[in-house]
Design a protein around this ligand. Structure first.
Ligand code: DUT
Ligand code: MG
Length: 178
């Protein structure tokens, strides 16, 4: 671990499990995340979920995690959601990093040709599917990865916890409006 331009750098080894896997890169200086790219085509029918492979495996240094987070463009323009946002890739995980996605649209009952960006550019699919499906194409940027530092907790069981201003108030104890 070292710093460059004031930024903490983690040295992360990665392995391509598929020849077409896309090596992550930060698109712009100061970006927090790098895009994660689908390595195979996947159709997600309305109300269904999919596990989309990236074709990549990582060896994160101990003490770090890789968070799999949604891209705001997909959140704003489609009804695709990460099933487990934010996904957690453990430093000890050596398997393929996958992105879990839900299509939260309801079935349209009509057949149609579908694509990730919800109709902006129609993409031919082998067979027509429910028009509220999404077609995630190989090469689509489906999520973003953020490297994080993870402190570890050392748990200690006690009889009494210290008192605080908040106490046990939570879940809207302060109200939900202004
Ligand atoms: O979005 C994700 C989330 C997890 N993983 C991989 C890496 C992670 O280290 C492993 C386990 O994830 P997690 O701990 O979130 O799932 P779990 O249901 O607790 O599984 P396990 O019992 O294997 O820990 O699955 C992904 O590839 N993508
Ligand atoms: Mg787990």
């Amino acid at each position: 671990m070292n710093t460059t331009n004031e930024r903490l750098v983690a040295q992360v080894k990665l392995k391509k499990l598929h020849p077409d896997a896309v090596i992550p890169q930060y698109a712009r200086a100061m970006d927090a995340g790098f895009d994660l790219v689908a390595v195979e085509d996947t159709i997600i029918a309305p109300g269904e979920s999919a596990k989309i492979p990236t074709g990549l495996a990582f060896a994160l240094p101990e003490g770090f995690e890789l968070q799999v987070r949604p891209r705001s463009g997909i959140g704003a323009k489609t009804k695709l959601r990460l099933s487990n946002a934010p996904g957690t890739v453990d430093a000890g995980y050596r398997g393929e990093v996958c992105v879990l996605m839900d299509n939260i649209r309801i079935p349209s009952g009509k057949l149609g040709k579908v694509c990730l960006d919800a109709g902006e550019k129609q993409v031919e699919v082998a067979e027509e599917v429910d028009a509220h499906s999404y077609f995630i194409k190989k090469g689509d940027r489906i999520a973003q990865g953020v490297i994080g530092l993870v402190p570890v907790a050392r748990f200690e069981v006690v009889d009494e916890l210290d008192e605080t201003e908040r106490g046990a108030g939570g879940f809207g104890s302060s109200g939900i409006n202004g």
